[in-house]
Design a protein around this ligand. Sequence first.
Ligand code: PLP
Ligand code: TYF
Length: 396
Amino acid sequence: MFDAIERVPGDAILGLIQQFKDDPNPKKVDLGVGVYRDEDGITPIMRAVKAAEKKLIADEATKAYIGSHGDPAYGEHVLKMVFGADSPVLADNRASATQSPGGTGALRLAADFIASQLPGKSIWLSDPTWPNHLGVFSAAGLDIQRYPYVDEHNQLDFEGMAAALKTIPKGDIVVLHACCHNPTGFDLSAEQWQAVLEIVTERELLPLVDFAYQGFGNGIDEDAYGARLLAENLGEVLITQSCSKNFGIYRERTGCFIAVAADTEAMEDVRSQLAITARENYSNPPAHGSAIVATIFNDAELYAMWHDELAEMRGRINELRQKFVQGLEPHGLAERFAHVAQQRGMFSYTGLSKDQVETLRDEHSIYMVGSGRANVAGLNDANMEYVCNAIASVVK
Ligand code: PLP
Ligand code: TYF
């Protein structure tokens, strides 16, 4: 029976990991997959996470199931991180948290919830977006539509985006990246979020805010600006959250699907459906990652340790953005790449073409995604000059 099964290519971003490993060039540079790297190129376990794990090993009393919505303590901490402890949304008790296997699991919960409870609605994704958005939403059977996000010069095209949002049929779902847009690194300003709120209100759209990088852009609260603005001013908002990046616990699969409803009653109705969606997918979420996060939030010392290290990571990325543009200055390319210093998060749409990306890989062993997306965190003082020289050689 399996004779007819076709072999298909794997995920292009994850495929870069293997290509990089197999490259014998000692000068090779990995700017591919989106994991944070430190100055030594390592993806470290954060200090507070290590300490929380030690505590958990000593104190953990059971491995019994945690329930379809996950650990309530984790859910409460995530709601406070996303909305702010004093949020009117939380005071009104109209937000529900369902712990999920990573942000991807939250996206799948969102997709299945939309497919079963909001049938006939299309889902609108930025063009470009994280390729897995297309995979997850189409696997759930949703009709996918696109709105523009960058112009032909690889700059944020907010006018184009806003014009497209104004044409979306009433009741459709629009996916917005809360911060650190993947793959471009272009985020919306406060004024632009306000404009989005007005369009979404006027068109009666349902925003789905994908929040995978809180704390990687400008700060925990700063990065939540758009998500909070929408949740505080709209009756209904969906949020898919991830702790993979900001706690560095990628493989522990720790995320949360948040549904904001008009009031507590409506929220409880939605919540009851989400327990079924979770159960039908995987029954219960994994518990280790959420236990780490809850342990850190419950301990003032661990919280401070985590908060400081996240600030260090964010500071390093933003500093690398500046150094990269400075490194291109002697080549007369500082202006052409000035946008890299303005972008936020791990990723930058560099503006390099597919051919230039291929030349960088084949001739210089510098790996980035075909779209020209670079993981800025893969840069460091040791490889910066090498990368800048190589880029200068391919663009000239
Ligand atoms: N959404 C975006 C835009 C992402 O870049 C990621 C990153 O991997 C995710 C969601 C989900 O991440 P994870 O499933 O690893 O938590
Ligand atoms: O965009 C990235 O690099 C990260 C990691 O199927 C990732 O979000 C990439 C592809 C994928 C899963 C995670």
